[in-house]
Each structure stands twice: as structure tokens, then as C-alpha cells.
Design a protein around this ligand. Structure first.
Ligand code: HEC
Ligand code: HEC
Length: 269
């Protein structure tokens, strides 16, 4: 069906061709994918899909102040501007999860949410198993930086108590007092790598905006988590997240109310 072009919504100076030309001169380097002959064909196919067609570096690499990715092929993780979701470093030991995660959006106790749920919904769930496996093989070969060592919780006991109370009132009905969740419905939070992630931006986004796994053939009717942006203030969210990062044997840096405020401001109503 024919549709008229929409007027673009960029504001000055981003709507000028000169700005675009300057940006391209600074950051755009045209290139062709060059296969590495010493690597197997499957690895090269995976590298091509991840680096070129998949645009995985658009989120999984850090950006500079002008929005250009630094080392997009490195996939060392980055905070997505404006959305304030953190796309973690890819590769390393989690590679065996990659194929089922990109296909179904859930695998074991891991789930993909936020902007990555959209990637699965609109893109990766439709790829062939052979292509997904090739991407997994390629990602497996990347060095993933180690998770930062467990930090001092720096959590005053009253904060921890407040967090435990919020957790009991708002979260136990789905994730359980023991943090073990409900199989095939609610992810476990205990032992969940996403809960210990640095920076904890995604946890803040999940509690503020809710959590919705993508609907896929492998997980056609995911359960949802309601948003708490209205019910819980910055202090309560910081307290409950600090609590889940330090309950059930976890040990990770506390989440500060200021972090919640900073990341909250990006959530569109
Ligand atoms: C629009 C931004 C965006 C794009 C594009 C994107 N990702 Fe992601 N990705 C994310 C975010 C954000 C997360 C964290 C999601 C979460 O914690 O639920 C993530 C998480 C992941 C994870 C889980 C990592 C872990 O350790 O938990 C994998 C694997 C992954 N992405 C692979 C890919 C691949 C492969 C591509 C390219 C086909 C890709 N992503 C493209 C934003 C993106
Ligand atoms: C109505 C049930 C429900 C309630 C209440 C609920 N959650 Fe969730 N939570 C979910 C669902 C569903 C998901 C998405 C993953 C899935 O499909 O299991 C999720 C995901 C999460 C995640 C992301 C885990 C990951 O692996 O990325 C965190 C963190 C989380 N919840 C914390 C909380 C906290 C803290 C509270 C209380 C403030 C809470 N949840 C309340 C159902 C719930």
C-alpha cells in the first residue's frame, strides 16, 4: 500500500546535511567484510552475521559523546544512550546459551528483555538454526571481560531491611521468598547473572517499566511483570534492588537512589 513519506523529526542542527557530512567524515569508514581464511567457514558466517547484517555492535559496543560506536566489532558492552539499558559484553562462557536465547528469548534461567526482546521478536527468532549456531560459534571465540569482582555491599542495615520489606510486599508472589521463581513462568532471581550485572541499569529499567519476554515459537505466551514506576519511589527501588543483589548468597554493589533517578528520567511514560 502506498504511503506518503513522513516528515523527519530531527531537530536543528541534526536535520542538516552538513551535520551528517561532518559526522560521516569523523566516524564513518566504509568497509567490506573480509573473511579470515584461517577460521572455519561457519565462524566466518557467524562473524558476518554479527558484524554486518545483525548490527549487534549498535548496542553491544560503547558509544562516544557524539553517538559513534567505539570498536563495534569488540562487543565489549555498552549503555544504550537515552534508553539506559546496558547491552552486556558478548562471548565467552555463556556461548552455549546463545542459540536457544536468540531463538526463544528464554533459555534455562536466562531471559532477554527490553531492547533485546525486540531484537529477538523481530529478527533473531526468524533465523535458521544453522545461522544461529554460526553466530554462537563466532561469539564464543570472543574474549569476554570478567565480571567485576564482588564489591563491598556498602549497605546500611536499615536500607537492607527496607529492601526486604519491599521485596516481600511486591515481588515474592512471583519470584518467591527464596528468589527461585516458578519454572516456565517467573525467572529465578537467586543465582541469576542479570541480577549481579554491572552497571545495574537493566534492573532499574525492569522494575520501573516492567518485564516482557518476547513471544516466540519456543515461548509463545510469556508471563509479564508489571511496571512499578508509579508505586515505588527511587528509595524503594534502590532498596529492593540492593536487597536482591545481596540476598541468597549474592554479593554485589548496592544500587543508589541517585542511579534510579538518573536512569528513571529516560523512561517514557
Ligand atoms: C537494540 C539494542 C540491541 C541490539 C541491536 C542487540 N542487542 Fe543483544 N542485548 C541488548 C540488551 C539491552 C541486552 C540485555 C538484555 C537483558 O538483560 O535482558 C542484550 C543481551 C544480549 C544477550 C545476553 C547476554 C548475557 O550475557 O546475558 C545476547 C546473547 C545478545 N544480546 C546477543 C545479541 C546479538 C547476537 C545481536 C545481533 C544480532 C544483538 N544482541 C543485538 C541490546 C541489543
Ligand atoms: C506478576 C509477577 C511479577 C512480579 C510481582 C514481579 N516480577 Fe519480576 N519478573 C516477572 C516476569 C514475568 C519477568 C520476565 C521474565 C520471565 O518471563 O520470567 C520478571 C523479570 C524480572 C527481572 C529480570 C531478570 C532477568 O533475568 O533479566 C528482575 C530483576 C525482576 N523481575 C525483579 C523483580 C522485583 C525486584 C520485583 C518487585 C519489585 C518483581 N520483579 C515483581 C514477574 C514478576
Amino acid at each position: 500500500m502506498a504511503k506518503p513519506n513522513r516528515p523527519h523529526e530531527l531537530r536543528f542542527p541534526y536535520d542538516t546535511r552538513l551535520a551528517l557530512a561532518a559526522w560521516r567524515a569523523l566516524y564513518f569508514r566504509p568497509g567490506r567484510f573480509a573473511a579470515q581464511p584461517q577460521q572455519p567457514a561457519e565462524w566466518n558466517r557467524g562473524a558476518y552475521l554479527v558484524q554486518a547484517l545483525g548490527h549487534c555492535g549498535a548496542c553491544h559496543a560503547e558509544r562516544n559523546a557524539l553517538g559513534a560506536t567505539r570498536d563495534a566489532a569488540g562487543l565489549a558492552g555498552g549503555l544504550i544512550p537515552l534508553q539506559n539499558w546496558y547491552a552486556p559484553a558478548l562471548g565467552g562462557e555463556r556461548a552455549e546459551l546463545v542459540t536457544p536465547l536468540l531463538q526463544a528469548g528464554v533459555a534455562g534461567s536466562a531471559v532477554l528483555l527490553g531492547p533485546m526482546a525486540e531484537v529477538v521478536l523481530h529478527s533473531t527468532q526468524h533465523l535458521s538454526s544453522a545461522d544461529l549456531l554460526a553466530m554462537a560459534r563466532y561469539l564464543q571465540s570472543l574474549q569476554r571481560p570478567a565480571m567485576p569482582a564482588a564489591a563491598e555491599p556498602s549497605l546500611a542495615p536499615p536500607r537492607l531491611e527496607r529492601g526486604a520489606k519491599v521485596y516481600e510486599a511486591q515481588c515474592t508472589r512471583c519470584h518467591g521468598a527464596d528468589g527461585r521463581g516458578v519454572a516456565r513462568a517467573y525467572v529465578p532471581l537467586a543465582g541469576n547473572r542479570a541480577v549481579l550485572q554491572e552497571p545495574p541499569a537493566n534492573l532499574v529499567q525492569v522494575v520501573l517499566g516492567g518485564a516482557f519476554a518476547p513471544s516466540t515459537a519456543g515461548n509463545p505466551q510469556p508471563f509479564g511483570m508489571p511496571p512499578f514506576a508509579v508505586e515505588l519511589g527511587d528509595e524503594d527501588i534502590a532498596a529492593v534492588l540492593s536487597y536482591i543483589r545481596n540476598a541468597w548468597g549474592h554479593r554485589a554493589a548496592a544500587v543508589q537512589p541517585l542511579d534510579v533517578q538518573r536512569w528513571r528520567s529516560s523512561v517514557r511514560p
